[in-house]
Design a protein around this ligand. Structure first.
Ligand SMILES: Cc1cc2nc3c(=O)[nH]c(=O)nc-3n(C[C@H](O)[C@H](O)[C@H](O)COP(=O)(O)OP(=O)(O)OC[C@H]3O[C@@H](n4cnc5c(N)ncnc54)[C@H](O)[C@@H]3O)c2cc1C
Length: 520
């Protein structure tokens, strides 16, 4: 009997995870990717002959990849070298008599001591309580929600069971992040530091649910440096997939998902080539389907999503980034650095209005630095990714080049005010929201799918199954959400759904997945 065949559209981390798991399971898998290389948002820029990570830079939840590699019959440590950091990030603020700095250690006691010295004993106690709460939120949502295929509130309550209900009530599921931070921290700078975690989902701390505190827990339990750069993660998962038999084709833009007899039956590539399969996994943004970019069969049933994301609650954030090789002076850099604006509320009000902020918070990833101050004052030119949050294009407006130039000036001014001076040794590469919109069709430059605004948002993301039988969804715009490990989890959930649905007499039924990637 014929081996069931699957086409994966997109070689982002979610698509690659699906391809690796399905091919390891014996499916005949082909991946069509429009870009010239694997990785999607995991990408790098070449500046002055050196590769700079130009997408994600913070790698967390390594267990997701340990599990993915194990399920595909390999060991993560054989393909990637990962080193945990002791200092999660260096933070800087202006506004006082001198620039204030706080290094946040992964170790709880060390962080409590540093916060005590920075903001006083009450906030040190507040941080301990905050960490306990972030851990409780994580534990309440991890298995019953993030690792589970069903996305709705009802499913969460069902899986949490009788013991889970009080746990869920304790995490204040209906509260908003910003006011909740005020319960833990008197110092507004600490609210700014921990409120920033909402932006990991492309959201505003004033609108995001307090449950996003769980990001703080995830970071505290492990941030890793990836030897060779973040793109190595995509290369490693791509090699996992090809070793298991998946065939990856680049420069292959899929322009339509085809339907026959009420099922997805394949794809049509730009240029007209048609490829048939028993199932299609779509790893692009769900908004591309919802707006009809991949044809009518894939759009049907998603129109309501398109309306809700674009008009009612807006899109998630985009970014304006600069890949730079520069001689740095002044503020010594660790790997991850955040230089805060003086008025966070004004920054997010501007973003919500579709404008770039006058005084943006700047994140600087110094790729040649670790987390050790001894290495922080280097003489050699540094590889840097500088990033500010930016609005995605909406139906109402997109940014002008004058606005972008003005924001660039303010971003470099913010760095200088914090004591960080850059002298680029080569032309820097700027990526704007409209560049991201071109790279990732249907997004308008929004990098995280729908925003996590309001308590319902996380439960409204699409799950692995599209309403068109045979079509599956994987990636950061779907459940459980954005971020490299979350997109990989979604790829595992899509692979699981395909495996369950395509089971046949010649193909042994896979065992249920109990809270992880495992399909065995
Ligand atoms: C600047 C930036 C910083 C970030 N920082 C972090 C961070 O520090 N840590 C973290 O965990 N996450 C971070 N993220 C988020 C993270 O990168 C994403 O959530 C994750 O990589 C998304 O993976 P995905 O599976 O959704 O695929 P994507 O990366 O979205 O890739 C989708 C792929 O599908 C392809 N595709 C789309 N449509 C078609 C088509 N029609 N035909 C063929 N191919 C198609 C695209 O070309 C692309 O390669 C960041 C993202 C950005 C952009």
């Amino acid at each position: 009997m014929k081996t069931p065949s699957v086409i994966v559209v997109g070689a982002g981390i979610g698509g690659l995870a699906s391809a690796a798991l399905l091919s390891a399971r014996g499916f005949d898998v082909r991946v069509f990717e429009r870009a010239p290389a694997a990785g999607g948002k995991l990408r790098s820029h070449d500046v002055a002959g050196r590769a700079i990570d130009a997408g994600p830079t913070v790698f967390t939840m390594r267990w997701v990849f340990d599990s993915l590699f194990a399920d595909a019959g390999a060991r993560l440590d054989d393909l990637l070298t990962l080193t945990p950091v002791r200092t999660l990030a260096r933070h800087a603020w202006t506004g006082g008599p001198a620039v204030a700095r706080l290094d946040l250690a992964a170790d709880l006691d060390a962080a409590v001591d540093a916060i005590g010295r920075f903001a006083g004993a009450a906030d040190a106690r507040g941080y301990r309580e905050f960490c306990a709460r972030a851990g409780a939120i994580h534990d309440a949502l991890d298995k019953p929600f993030m690792r589970a295929g069903r996305t709705g509130v009802a499913g969460l309550l069902w899986r949490g069971g009788a013991r889970g209900l009080p746990g869920l009530a304790r995490i204040s599921p209906f509260a908003t992040l910003w006011p909740e931070l005020a319960r833990h921290f008197r110092d507004p700078r600490l609210r700014q530091l921990f409120g920033r975690y909402a932006t990991y989902c492309g959201s505003s701390p004033w609108l995001a649910p307090a449950t996003l505190m769980l990001v703080a827990h995830v970071e505290r339990t492990g941030v890793w440096l990836v030897d060779g750069g973040m793109q190595r993660i995509a290369e490693a998962v791509a090699s996992l997939a090809t070793r298991a038999g998946a065939r990856l084709r680049f420069g292959a833009h899929v322009e339509a998902i085809l339907e026959r007899d009420g099922r997805a039956c394949g794809v049509r590539l730009a240029g007209g080539e048609v490829a048939h399969a028993d199932a299609v996994v779509f790893n692009g943004d769900v908004q591309a389907l919802a707006t009809g970019l991949l044809g009518e069969p894939a759009r049907r049933g998603l129109a309501a999503h398109a309306r809700r994301w674009d008009v009612a609650s807006g899109r998630s954030l985009s970014a304006l980034t600069w890949s730079v090789v520069a001689q740095t002076s002044g503020m010594p850099l660790l790997r991850h650095n955040v230089l805060f604006s003086q008025d966070y509320a004004a920054e997010f009000a501007a973003l919500a209005a579709g404008r770039l902020p006058d005084d943006p918070t700047v994140y600087v990833c110094a790729q040649d630095r670790g987390d050790d101050d001894a290495q922080a004052t280097a003489q050699e030119p540094q590889r840097l990714l500088c990033l500010v949050n930016a609005p995605a294009a909406t139906q109402r407006r997109s940014l002008t080049s004058q606005e972008i130039d003005a924001c660039e000036k303010q971003a470099f001014r913010r760095m200088a005010l914090c004591g960080l001076h850059l002298e680029p040794v080569a032309t820097m590469r700027r990526t704007t929201p409209s560049d991201f919109a071109t790279l990732f069709p249907g997004t308008g430059g929004a990098l995280y799918g729908p925003p996590s605004h309001g308590w319902r948002a996380s439960f409204q993301r699409m799950g692995a199954r599209h309403s068109l039988p045979g079509l599956y969804l994987a990636g950061g715009s779907t459940h459980p959400g954005p971020g490299v490990p979350m997109a990989a989890l979604s790829g595992g959930l899509a692979a699981q759904a395909v495996s369950e649905d395509l089971v046949s007499t010649s193909f042994p039924r896979p065992m249920a997945m109990h809270g992880g990637m495992s399909m065995r």
